[in-house]
Design a protein around this ligand. Structure first.
Ligand code: 5GP
Length: 188
């Protein structure tokens, strides 16, 4: 951490580091190289799913050496703070028309996969030329149906995690790494 004191070092709610900062940096660079090669000649529209994906999308966009465009959307799922019900609603829609575009959805974490399968259906109905997903984290063994995830950063154990964009009640998004969250979950 560039010589600075880790401001979270004595937070009793934070557990082990699941993905360290240098490991994140390296993997994002690799994904950037892969996407640069795959999308050569057809620069994608990156669709970030707020708020959790904002840190990952910011780093990933700069690792893709193509003239990408960026848009964001926000979804809310009905359910408790730590589980998803699968009923998802678009809270902020995209500004862009997806027709004929090469769309790359950038997701923070896939747990049950219900949010993503809803999003995919909704975005495919807008007739993009292609639609792929780049998810930073995928929880192992959690998805009831097979998800077509073209790009994945890391497969992680099914613990609740925070950092690198992921929150609990809006906190911890600026942690530079991904850590297990051990505290009580407050609905934010
Ligand atoms: P799914 O629909 O795949 O079950 O849930 C996906 C969404 O739930 C993610 O986009 C994220 O907002 C939230 N989520 C799932 N697992 C975690 C987690 O471990 N930590 C945090 N902070 N959010 C999570």
């Amino acid at each position: 951490m560039s010589g600075a004191v880790d401001p979270w070092h004595d937070d009793p709610h934070l557990g082990e580091i699941v993905v360290a900062e240098d490991v994140l940096d390296k993997r994002v660079a690799e994904l950037g190289d892969e996407l640069t090669a795959d999308y050569e000649g057809r620069p994608p529209l990156l669709v970030g799913v707020l708020k959790g994906a904002f840190v990952f999308m910011s780093d990933l966009a700069r690792a893709i050496k193509l003239p990408v465009e960026i848009d964001v959307m926000a979804v809310a799922s009905y359910g408790s703070a730590t589980t998803t019900s699968g009923v998802v609603r678009i809270v902020k829609d995209l500004d862009s028309d997806l027709t004929g575009r090469h769309v790359l959805v950038v997701e923070d974490i896939v747990d049950s996969g219900l949010t993503l399968s809803y999003l995919r259906r909704s975005l495919l109905a807008r007739e993009p030329a292609s639609l792929e997903v780049c998810a930073l984290l995928v929880k192992e063994g959690q998805q009831p149906v097979k998800l077509d995830l073209r790009y994945v950063g890391f497969h992680v154990p099914p613990d609740f995690v925070v950092g690198y964009g992921l929150d609990v009640a809006e906190r911890y998004r600026n942690l530079p790494d991904v850590r297990v969250y051990k505290g009580p979950v407050t609905v934010g």
